[in-house]
Ligand binder design. Sequence first.
Ligand code: AMP
Length: 217
Amino acid sequence: MRVILLGAPGAGKGTQSKRLVEKYGIPQVSTGDILRAALKNETSLGLKAKSFMDKGELVPDEVVIGIIEERLAENDCQKGFILDGFPRTVTQADALESVLQDMAQSIETVISMNVEQQELIERLSGRRICSNCGQGYHVKFNAPCKNGICDKCGDNLYQRDDDRENTIKERLKVYDNQTSPLINYYNDKGLLSVIDGSGKEEDISDRINSIITGTAA
Ligand code: AMP
């Protein structure tokens, strides 16, 4: 199963990817997570990406394409994967197609998660993440029992630097300008399904699963 989850920042791609990982036992491949790990470890990749990420801009195509090429070649991706946050430009989508072609593979389905802009802003600005286990919270919609502390492992929660208001606005603009053309791109290839990405997490998950089941049938 090779799936792309498409959607603006805050649309719930990460949350739904994690559910798919549990259900289907295939890895989530998130370029954002890979870049944040590189940043944390102060690798040369992290240093290269930092200024773009801080401003809410896209990291250059050749950098993320290189990351994906390496990641998809790993063993755990051979039986499938969920792409979360990649591709984000038409150049990346073209590169993905040729990487997969070389592996005699292709994308089976692209699911675009639709959420109103106001809701995206509210979701992103209240988002908090556990610095140890990565569990996600929201100050209003999914608050931890103890303020700032992870229910699962007791570690501290943090707010992503790019989840602050000015950067959120820039990221949404970047999505509209550079990433949303992928909706037509994949529609033209007959791969696209659009779902309503608002409402309960389980309901959204049901919508995604029914598309995946339909694709597999
Ligand atoms: P995300 O966690 O997917 O919201 O990504 C966080 C940030 O990482 C983005 O705002 C970009 O700066 C960078 N990034 C992640 N994925 C990509 C990508 N496919 N292309 C370019 N930049 C990316």
